[in-house]
Ligand binder design. Structure first.
Ligand code: TYD
Ligand code: MG
Length: 448
């Protein structure tokens, strides 16, 4: 028998190395490489006979996964229409953003019909009870357990037979079998693996809560993101009361779907009309402000882009952007200069999507261009105008996906004018649509 080789594997990204190293070249993580026990070679594995797995025909009629409503339409939509029975969900976010609040509220709703076990390694039962009281959920039939020990959690699950388990948080999980500290990569991986196995076997839904590190990753292993069915991130700005829940991965629904909530003194409330909220503080008659309709998952959301353009004293003018890619803005400014003759090369540019929102889609280009031109010329844009379109390097205005749906959403909010690429077919009542083929038609379209 050939001697089996020890492998060294990065616990963050899974890359393997012939010998130990302090830093993983593949993902850049430090101290993430650990020795893994040798595995029997393939030829030996083939010799040992396994049991055949049960197979199912693709055409066989399997029942659809039942889903539970969570009492929040926003959360239901982000999950793809409710919580799928037997699925594993990971919710990440900064400490204090409201993860425990969201889960206590939604599990209390699910708890009306399904046995729920809430396991907290962070708070005492009294603290959770106090929060439940504050949220008006004190008489929900829900079991609480305050431990992070994985063996105890598995035994509790076996005893209580819950339909839904909340684990708050993965950072407090530890196993007797492992000697490393709670929340370390190997602890989390081991714990999550065992819990997901049990959950799948017993058709229990399991929700892991994970705090996010400064780099924006769920602390510990990214491995966990691969192990679960759904990964949601809870985001929000300090000083703002609204929170956005974003589906980053979902085996049971659309990714990039968002849910919007507002944190109030009695907990999180659904924001059913996020566009109105995001536009509520828009300055009146100010130059440099433009509105676009971005597609967030399956739903268009209106947001404001603000530009401040001022004469630069620097050899290399500043381009500072928040919520949009700086390269994209530099490109749009260059196209405006080349094809429309605006002297952005001699101006500093500051650009922001208000409310701490982010846009990544090229459909926002034309609104960015409009905000830049409006600020440069110090001419405000009519506040009831929504602007959509991608800008090409040749100065052409290109189409965006779901244009009709976006224009319709703007019309619903009282917008009366839309500047779009020439593609929209159905024009909503009360809306005037000007289509632009080229960027040099923008000024005329904006200030006619
Ligand atoms: P929490 O759910 O504990 O955050 P996480 O679990 O993500 O760490 O939320 C904590 C914050 O939310 C805290 O700053 C207080 C605030 N909050 C409210 O404003 N209203 C409420 O009803 C509750 C329960 C919390
Ligand atoms: Mg918490």
């Amino acid at each position: 028998m050939a001697k089996l080789k020890t492998r060294y594997v990065c616990q963050e990204c899974g890359a393997d190395y012939p010998r130990w190293a302090g830093k993983c070249d593949a993902c850049g993580a430090w101290n993430s490489i650990v020795e893994e026990a040798p595995v029997a070679s393939v030829t030996r594995l083939g010799a040992t006979k396994g049991h055949a797995a049960e197979t199912v025909s693709l055409q066989a009629h399997l029942p659809e996964e039942p889903r539970w409503h969570t009492g929040s339409e926003e959360l239901d939509r982000v999950l793809g229409g409710g919580m799928v029975r037997g699925s594993a969900i990971l919710i990440g976010g900064d400490p204090g953003i409201g993860k425990s609040t969201l889960l206590l509220q939604s599990s209390a709703f699910v708890g009306k019909t399904v046995p729920v076990l809430y396991v907290s390694g962070e708070e005492s039962a009294q603290q959770i009870q106090m929060r439940a009281k504050r949220l008006g959920l004190a008489d929900t039939p829900m079991k609480l357990a305050t431990t992070g020990q994985i063996e105890a959690i598995l035994a509790t699950i076996a005893q209580e037979k819950p339909g839904l388990v909340i684990l708050d948080s993965i950072q407090t999980l530890f196993s007797e079998k492992s000697e490393s500290a709670p929340g370390t990569v190997s602890q989390v991986r081991l714990a999550a693996h065992e819990l997901i196995q049990v959950a799948k076997r017993t058709n229990t839904t399991i929700i892991f809560v994970g705090h996010v590190t400064k780099e924006g990753q769920i602390a510990g292993p990214r491995v966990l993101e691969h192990m679960v069915d759904t990964v949601l991130y809870f985001e929000g700005e300090r000083g703002h009361t609204f929170r956005i829940l974003r589906a980053f991965k979902n085996r049971f629904g659309a990714t990039n779907e968002i849910g919007v909530f507002e944190m109030q003194s009695e907990g999180l409330r659904d924001v059913t009309n996020p566009s109105a909220l995001f536009l509520s503080e828009r300055p009146e008659g100010a130059a440099g402000s433009a509105v676009l309709a971005a597609l967030e998952g399956t739903r268009p959301v209106l947001m404001e882009v603000q530009a401040l353009v001022s004469q630069s004293q620097l050899a290399q003018p500043r381009r500072t952007t928040l919520g949009v890619d700086g390269n994209r803005v530099a490109m749009i400014a260059a196209v405006l200069e080349k094809h429309c003759g605006f002297p952005f090369g001699r101006h500093d540019i500051f650009l922001n999507i208000t409310g701490g929102l982010k846009v990544t889609e090229p459909g926002a280009d034309l609104a960015i261009a409009a905000a830049l031109v409006s600020s440069l010329l110090e001419r405000p844009i009519d506040p009831h105008t929504v602007i959509l379109g991608e800008v090409g390097l040749a100065g052409e205005v290109r189409t965006v996906s779901q244009l009709d749906m976006r224009v319709k959403e703007a019309a619903k909010l009282g917008f009366t004018k839309a500047l779009t690429p020439p593609a929209g077919k159905t024009i909503p009542k009360g809306m005037r649509v000007s289509s632009l083929k080229r960027l040099d038609e923008l000024t005329a379209g904006l200030f006619d």
